[in-house]
Design a protein around this ligand. Structure first.
Ligand code: NAP
Length: 280
């Protein structure tokens, strides 16, 4: 398995060959012809570039593996802060036939997002699918939430969606095509006492998503807001709830891929997923 390491990116090429070239790309002698960008008659569309934030574990890594296992040759830009965990997800996706790269950065930092966007654009150009998944949860009743904790919840769950979308959506608008998934939560639909900062941030994601949808409906960009209930991930470690009461991250991940694969005449604006036995 060939690997190359730079300051902030890890790339792992697929462990097994990607899907065979389409018949359209092969000459009669079996040679592969070159695809010229922008010339539809010259070859098949290249596999999509899918950027996923918070891909080092939990739901984000499940989304990466779901795309890797479903879309032949998909190119995955995986973003998070922990390089070692991200590298493991890159290897897993490459093992499924994807071309995956890690881009290490903090999505609540404008400087990091600007750097990561430049790195991704330099490697693959515009992204086709942007999954704003990174987030974290700190419990706290309103009057017991410090200003620092409130700001941290807004920064990682909401500011990040604004920063990352602002960095990648202009190329989608220019091309007239793209998909944006924003991770909210059922805490972005209803009040959850003891989750003041998180709830406020996730309601913010709902509002931001609605603005994206309204502004880009005529620009070929589909916007989908995802509202999961309790989903098994490292975020629930030590919570004491039985696994069977939480949704598997793989189920939530599959919804992203299924929605992406609909025809471009259809947008799924919202997905609400809940444990069958109800919310926790
Ligand atoms: N699990 C649930 O029950 C549930 C329910 C509803 C909604 N959600 C939402 O789903 C998303 C994923 O949740 P999860 O349960 O998979 O959480 P998780 O296991 O804690 O994973 C969170 C991911 O976000 C990344 N991340 C956190 N802060 C970041 C930052 N500042 N910059 C870059 N990456 C950052 C983490 O990677 P690094 O630490 O490596 O940066 C990690 O990959 C979150 O937005 C969460 O609010 C989860």
């Amino acid at each position: 398995m060939a690997r190359s390491l730079s300051k902030s990116t890890v790339r792992v090429t697929p462990a097994r060959p990607q899907s065979a070239p389409s018949k359209r790309n092969q000459s009669r002698r079996g040679r592969v012809t070159k695809t010229v960008p922008g010339r539809k008659d010259q070859g098949a569309t290249p596999p999509p570039v899918v950027l996923i934030t918070g891909a080092s574990q939990g739901i984000g890594s499940a989304i990466a593996r779901a795309f890797a296992g479903t879309i032949p040759g998909v190119r995955l830009a995986l973003v998070a802060r922990q390089a070692d965990k991200l590298a493991a997800v890159v290897r897993a996706c490459a093992g499924q036939g994807a071309t995956a790269r890690a881009f290490v950065g903090d999505v609540s930092s404008e400087a990091d997002v600007t750097r990561v966007a430049a790195e991704v654009h330099a490697v693959w150009g515009a992204v086709d699918v942007l999954v704003n998944n990174a987030g974290s949860f700190r419990p706290g009743r309103l009057l017991e939430t410090s200003v620092a904790d409130f700001d941290a919840m807004v920064a990682v769950n909401l500011r990040s969606v604004f920063l990352v979308t602002r960095a990648f959506a202009p190329a989608m608008v220019r091309r007239g095509r793209g998909d944006v998934f924003n991770m909210s939560s059922i805490a972005g639909l209803s009040a959850y006492p003891s989750s003041a900062g998180y709830c406020a941030a996730k309601f913010g994601v709902t509002g931001l998503s609605k603005v994206m949808r309204a502004e880009w409906r005529d620009k070929g960009i589909r916007v989908c807001t995802v509202y999961p209930g309790a989903t098994l991930s490292p975020a629930w470690e030590g919570s004491g709830f039985p696994e069977a009461r939480l949704m598997p991250a793989e189920d939530v991940a599959r919804a992203f891929v299924d929605v992406y694969r609909l025809t471009r005449r259809t947008v799924v604006e919202e997905i609400v997923l809940r444990p069958q036995a109800g919310d926790l």
